[in-house]
Design a protein around this ligand. Structure first.
Ligand SMILES: [Zn+2]
Length: 255
């Protein structure tokens, strides 16, 4: 669950007096809200209360009229001492496939499926790695046969831990991630994959619903049909889903 970073909230503490506070991220203590009792006159300038937020904290956002009526600033003057803050309106916080998967303490950090390519080809499975999402990349068009696409965002994030067995990526690398319906974690993809992806229709997996693959389709085709003549173009094939082992169908779109 996400916290309303950058917003003024009312924290209910029945039977005690409620607190009006501004939600921010303390890098060390985690999600927090700083303010004062609802009856205080200097809530924003002389905050007297700091609350560490948990998923069970009872809070409600103040609307713009309430913020104005209480003469609260858009951002309190003390906020810069806590460094860069999460963007409350960042698209990944509203992406239905992943919005509930972020680390509550570090709201841009998520575990992603990171890999060196199709596990069958590489004989090496994906690893779940922590990635800090930094920004949205150019949105790629991803045609599918079923109306399952809820997100078209490609996210760019920093790999936060060193993978144990993977060789194509290392800690600190910038990775691209897709949020994929059917997969419980965002999927690491390469630029080669994203470019080729535009030309292929992938029928979602019949078991998990995933409509993406780990390898570029041309790499998948070459691995599955090693005896095909070098100048032949494989236009359609069936593949086991890299995620769950179900069946996906790939078809090259007309040029
Ligand atoms: Zn699957």
């Amino acid at each position: 669950m996400g916290f309303p970073y950058g917003r003024w909230v009312l924290i209910d503490r029945m039977p005690e007096e409620p607190i009006i506070a501004f939600v921010y991220l303390d890098k060390h203590a985690g999600p927090s809200a700083k303010g004062g009792l609802a009856s205080d006159s200097q809530i924003s300038t002389m905050p007297s209360r700091t609350v560490r937020l948990t998923p069970t904290t009872s809070l409600s956002e103040l609307d713009d009229a309430e913020v104005t009526a209480r003469k609260l600033p858009l951002l309190p003057s003390w906020l810069p001492t806590y460094g860069p803050q999460p963007l409350a309106d960042a698209p990944w916080r509203h992406d239905p496939n992943i919005k509930d998967k972020f680390n509550p303490q570090f709201p841009d950090d998520i575990q992603a499926l990171v890999h060196d390519g199709d596990p069958r080809r590489m004989r090496r499975g994906p690893e779940l790695c922590w990635v800090r999402i930094l920004r949205v990349d150019r949105a790629a068009t991803r045609p599918v046969t079923a109306a399952v696409e809820k997100s078209h965002f490609v996210y760019v994030g920093e790999l936060l831990n060193q993978p144990h067995t993977l060789t194509s990526v290392k800690k600190g690398d910038k990775l691209k991630l897709l949020s994929v319906p059917g997969m419980p974690h965002p999927l690491h993809v390469t630029d080669e994959y994203l470019v080729e992806r535009l030309q292929w229709q992938i029928t979602p997996c019949d078991k998990c619903g995933a409509s993406e693959c780990f390898d570029p389709p041309s790499v998948m085709a070459r691995f599955r049909f090693p005896d095909a003549p070098a100048d032949s173009l494989i236009q359609a094939f069936t593949s086991f889903c890299s995620h769950c082992g179900g069946i996906q169908q790939l078809r090259l779109l007309e040029a």
